[in-house]
Unconditional design. Structure first.
Length: 256
């Protein structure tokens, strides 16, 4: 069974909205710049992709990103009820807010938002969603895996629609973590350049509304595949066997 994509939303360093993301990508623009909201005085050459300006220390940046993406994807539509599922994907959730609490920059009460599942739970409460609410956190594959999981929920008849949301926010913890791994680029990230020096860290929020049945649609999700090659904590198998398995599973799921 395929699922209809009936709504999309995004907020990135290229701007708010899917149009800003699409137009920026086509024009070859970059959203990378020296940090303004994030304070990294000992890393003067760092380039990051900030999607939001400065927020109070007790504000949840990841939740703000998710809300902005959901607002565009739903465009005022009411999807409340027990036939709607919400699948949240994130790698670090509210880790920046937790850091602020540990540094006494925010009150300890904000730590109730730190568990990674709370991001999706809060969105579900705000939207009145009482169907399946789940969180997927599998590093860089979180968003894609969440889409596949949502497709399965629709196939199993557990929901009529599924809101899939992805959000990760910039934080000192994240930037310094990649710096410790020596993974940050010396300049701008150039992923397809043989002379590339690393990556640049950014933040974003995205949302996709999937629906079962027949009706209007923007696109169709027809299949999904995932695998775990158990190779290394930060690197896939060099021979690409994990990717091959995932691709073959997606094609089989789609009947192609």
């Amino acid at each position: 069974m395929s699922a209809r994509i009936t709504g999309v939303g995004a907020i990135t360093a290229l701007g708010r909205g899917t149009a800003a993301l699409w137009d920026g990508a086509l024009a070859g623009r970059t959203g990378l710049a020296a940090p303004s909201a994030l304070q990294l005085p000992d890393m003067p050459g760092a380039l990051v992709g900030e999607a939001l300006g400065g927020l109070p220390a007790d504000a949840d940046r990841a939740l703000a990103l998710a809300r902005a993406a959901v607002e565009e994807a739903l465009a005022g539509r009411d999807i409340s009820g027990d036939r709607t599922a919400l699948i949240m994907s994130t790698t670090k959730g509210g880790i920046g807010l937790a850091q602020h609490a540990m540094e006494a920059l925010a009150p300890p009460e904000v730590l109730h938002t730190f568990p990674i599942y709370e991001l999706g739970a809060q969105l579900a409460r705000e939207l009145g969603i009482s169907g399946p609410v789940q969180t997927v956190s599998v590093a860089c594959a979180s968003g894609t895996t969440a889409l596949g999981h949502a497709l399965r929920l629709l196939e199993q008849g557990r929901a009529d629609r599924a809101l899939v949301v992805g959000a990760d926010a910039l934080s000192e913890f994240v930037v310094r973590g990649f710096s410790t791994l020596r993974a940050l680029a010396n300049d701008i990230a150039r992923p397809f350049d043989a002379e590339r020096t690393g990556l640049c860290v950014g933040e974003a929020g995205a949302a996709i509304l999937l629906e079962a049945g027949v009706g209007e649609q923007m696109a169709t999700l027809v299949g999904y595949g995932g695998s775990n090659d158990c190779n290394h904590i930060t690197g896939p198998a060099r021979d690409g066997i994990g990717l091959q398995r995932a691709l073959n599973a997606a094609l089989a799921h789609a009947g192609l």
